[in-house]
Design a protein around this ligand. Structure first.
Ligand code: NAD
Length: 338
């Protein structure tokens, strides 16, 4: 039986993983702790690990995994910016779950947009306190507004469909793939200049790191609503905060945050938050923060577990699988090599 160590496990992760792993004959040890240099020894004797977005899978951790005999890093998420791919290449294969429910993330982006624009989060608190005043609750119609989608992959496209249903005008920018005639592609510059709402759906790479910095924000319309459900470091959080204070940014909906690995997914209520930028952002009336929650639907959790276990089974039976990010030490038959 294959044995895998899963890190950063939350109670909502386990049921689907248990079900699919049992069917496939894969044994999983669920660890609550995150994977990092201090905890990697827990993976000793396992065939591989199942990390999540904020686990540390850098060169020293990969080196230790390799020493401990791991052959596969089966990421249970789409992004792999926390994995040192060059350290893994040819030693330990890295697989990911490229798509589980793009609708989950796109619907969350729209939920955040509607919340911030129509103040439903404030209305919920007011009416529970028998405060039925509408002062300060004026929103604006999404109908007829222009949304700029950065990255028209699976999630970006799902959001485009939703926005069209709301009667919004959609423009888009994609650095790699801008050939779909049903989408009005524009330059990033034009997208910044024309959009009332901007939503980010591209991966975090060297190229996109801080793509939204003070210079980018200055090229956006005054009052723009910024949505980030992709990766925190796409936005320079200090620049964002400065331009919220400056009233240039109308509102920000953030499901991800640059320094989220220190706080997101954990309960810090009753503690003093060390991160001043995050604390100040949270204090803003026009900022809505959710804690990397966009993926969290039953459908998505099921899809993540199913594909991760399938990746493990495929890899160890030498079957071709498009979810491979880098190959490991295993020799494949030439016909199966990508
Ligand atoms: P995808 O690979 O289907 O699409 C990404 C798109 O971004 C592609 O079309 C690609 O060409 C484009 N792109 C690449 N570099 C770009 C650049 N420099 N500028 C503009 N576009 C660029 O990915 P997806 O499934 O749509 O996911 C998008 C991102 O959402 C992921 O990278 C991940 O970081 C994030 N995500 C977040 C959550 C969450 O819970 N918040 C869940 C899943 C995914």
């Amino acid at each position: 039986m294959l044995k895998f160590a899963m890190f950063d496990t939350k109670p909502y992760d386990e049921p689907a993983f248990r079900r699919y792993a049992e069917e496939a004959g894969v044994g999983i040890k669920f660890y609550e702790t995150r994977l990092n240099a201090d905890t990697v020894s827990l993976a000793e004797g396992y065939d591989g690990v199942i990390p999540f977005v904020n686990d540390v899978v850098d060169a020293p951790v990969i080196e230790a995994l390799h020493r401990h005999g791991a052959r596969l890093i089966a990421m249970r998420c789409a992004g792999y910016n926390n994995v040192d791919l060059e350290a893994a290449r040819g030693r330990i294969a890295v697989y990911r779950v490229p798509a589980y429910s793009p609708h989950a993330v796109a619907e969350h982006a729209m939920a955040m947009l509607l919340t911030i624009v129509r103040r439903t989060h404030k209305a919920y608190i007011r009416t529970r306190d028998f405060n039925f005043s509408l002062n300060g609750m004026v929103g604006f119609d999404l109908y007829g507004k222009t949304i700029g989608i950065v990255g028209t992959g699976r999630i970006g496209r799902a959001l485009i469909d939703i926005c069209r249903g709301f009667g919004m005008k959609v423009i888009a920018y994609d650095a790699r793939n801008a050939s779909d005639a049903s989408i009005e592609y524009v330059s990033l510059e034009e997208l910044f200049a024309r959009s009332d709402v901007i939503s980010l759906h591209c991966p975090l790479t060297d190229e996109t790191d801080h793509m939204i910095d003070e210079h980018a924000i200055r090229r956006m319309k005054r009052g723009v609503v910024l949505i980030n459900t992709s990766r925190g470091a796409l936005i320079d959080a200090e620049a964002l905060l400065a331009d919220i204070k400056d009233r240039h940014i109308g509102a920000a909906c953030l499901d991800v945050y640059e320094e989220e690995s220190d706080v997101f997914f954990e309960d810090f209520s009753g503690h003093i938050l060390d991160d001043d930028v995050l604390a100040r952002l949270i204090s803003m009336p026009n900022v809505l923060i959710t804690s990397h929650q966009a993926f969290l639907t039953e459908e998505a959790l099921d899809g993540i577990a199913r594909t991760t276990v399938q990746n493990i089974s495929d890899y160890f039976s030498g079957r071709f699988n498009d979810n491979e990010v880098v190959g490991g030490a295993e020799q494949r038959a030439p016909a199966l090599t990508r």
